[in-house]
Design a protein around this ligand. Structure first.
Ligand SMILES: NC(=O)c1ccc[n+]([C@@H]2O[C@H](COP(=O)([O-])OP(=O)(O)OC[C@H]3O[C@@H](n4cnc5c(N)ncnc54)[C@H](O)[C@@H]3O)[C@@H](O)[C@H]2O)c1
Ligand SMILES: [Zn+2]
Length: 407
């Protein structure tokens, strides 16, 4: 087991990463909270495989355990679901000292974290992330929230967990496409903060996604990267923005294709290539870095070409995404490990997109994996308009079958 400490002033916490750490969950809860009762919030595809172990571990630590299963997918981040969970907390008799255990991907983490942030004016949350994305990104940093019809993540709170327990064995039951998608964020982390990780990913690209034995060290390295940004942000304003590498274009792509075809990590993969193409446009580096990254992403099974979209619409979504003096703000690299934020002209962005767009980029390559997977996320809500990274509405006509619009 590896433990990564997240240093947040007055609220630091540990992230335990490793195969089998779910069996120590009870001890983790007992040593970091004063809980006597816990409410486990989860979703069926996760609970079917992992709830029994989690419950056993909590009961073994003399905790009284209640379970609330919410509907699967992004639609669970809904005010009505939240209200039901508040009632469940009350009926279960949760007091100020007690805790919520969020067992699932980023959706459950955001929802369970927000229930904990608000019930009884705030009780502890213990994050037990079960996707690569949730382990390397969503469970670290304390962002919690739900979606509104007006947009994603519009209501929320910063509520740091008491402890995070990332058992990499649970990744074994993830649909292959969901597993692979998380590597879009992993490559992003390597590019913005860890050139050695980039080298290691290249050396292992053919096997790393399916290499269960390697997941623990990979997740731990990525948690350390995210933790570094979270800690730095508290006294160095704005550095967390570097985590947005690839996201400006990704959000436009997700929004304009209705969220169903391109999943977040896949959109981040091609968005990262657009950002590297922009770096070329601006003369920050040569084309080698993009070629190298495309080779890596392709070997991981992630898409490496952007579909041809109406250019004005892309630029319009981007302009809403993150404004700097009325223009587009973009995270680019001087080199691996050296990100910076620039304000390019629409023409420069357009030329960068030209380099990555291809008429052959129909669907992410991982899409075929999903067909055989019973636990794949399903389309449910068609009401919530998707939003950009910061929760503003991005494209009113798009349909968020599986949105993932946070960094
Ligand atoms: N709080 C943050 O900082 C932050 C950061 C990034 C993303 N997010 C949020 O995270 C959400 C996306 O999270 P996600 O990509 O983890 O998707 P997700 O939570 O929807 O999980 C994907 C699918 O996999 C299933 N699943 C999860 N773990 C499983 C397992 N071990 N075995 C079998 N099935 C499993 C889920 O039930 C779901 O169907 C979005 O709502 C996004 O806004 C939050
Ligand atoms: Zn992201």
């Amino acid at each position: 087991m590896t433990t990564v400490r997240v240093e947040v002033p007055g609220q630091g916490y540990d992230v335990h990463v490793g195969p089998g750490v779910r069996h120590d969950l009870g001890r983790s809860v007992a040593t970091t909270t004063r809980a006597r009762r816990v409410l486990v919030v989860s979703q069926a595809p996760v609970a079917d495989h992992w709830l029994d172990d989690v419950r056993d571990a909590l009961v073994a630590a003399d905790l009284v355990v209640d379970v609330a299963l919410v509907e699967d997918g992004e639609p669970a981040k809904d005010p009505a679901v939240l209200a039901r969970l508040w009632d469940t907390c009350a009926r279960a008799g949760l007091e100020r000292r007690d805790a919520v255990v969020a067992l699932g991907g980023g959706v459950v983490g955001d929802l369970g974290g927000f229930v904990a942030a608000t019930f009884n004016r705030g009780i502890d949350v213990v994050q037990v992330p079960t996707t690569v994305l949730a382990m390397v990104d969503a469970s670290v940093g304390g962002k919690t929230g739900i979606d509104l019809v007006a947009g994603k993540n519009l209501v929320g709170a910063i509520h740091q967990p008491a402890v995070v327990v990332s058992d990499t064995e649970v990744l074994a039951t993830l649909p292959r496409r969901v597993l692979r998608e998380g590597f879009g964020e992993v490559v992003k982390h390597a590019l913005i903060a860890d050139p050695d990780l980039l080298d290691d990913l290249e050396a292992t690209a053919a096997t790393v996604v399916g290499d269960a034995a390697g997941h623990a060290s990979l997740v731990a390295r990525n948690v350390a990267i995210k933790a570094g940004f979270v800690a730095a942000d508290s006294h160095e304003h704005g550095i967390r923005a570097h985590l947005n590498l690839g996201h400006t274009y990704a959000h436009a792509l997700e929004a304009l294709t209705g969220y169903a075809t391109w999943w977040h990590g896949e959109a981040v993969a091609v968005g990262t290539l657009v950002a590297l193409a922009l770096g070329e446009e601006l003369g920050l580096h040569g084309p080698d870095l993009r070629a190298r990254t495309a080779t890596l992403l392709g070997a991981l099974g992630l898409p490496v070409a952007a579909p041809v979209l109406e250019r004005d619409a892309v630029l319009a979504v981007m302009a809403r995404d993150k404004k700097a003096d009325g223009g587009i703000r973009y995270v680019v690299l001087d080199a691996p490990g050296s990100p910076r934020v620039v304000s390019p002209t629409p023409e420069q962005v357009g030329r960068a997109i030209d380099r990555v767009e291809s008429p052959d980029a129909h669907e992410p390559r991982g899409a075929a994996d999903l067909a055989a997977e019973p636990s794949a996320p399903t389309a449910v809500a068609d009401t919530a308009a998707p939003t950009d990274l910061h929760g503003r509405v991005a494209a009113p006509t798009a349909r968020p079958d599986r949105p993932g619009a946070t960094p």
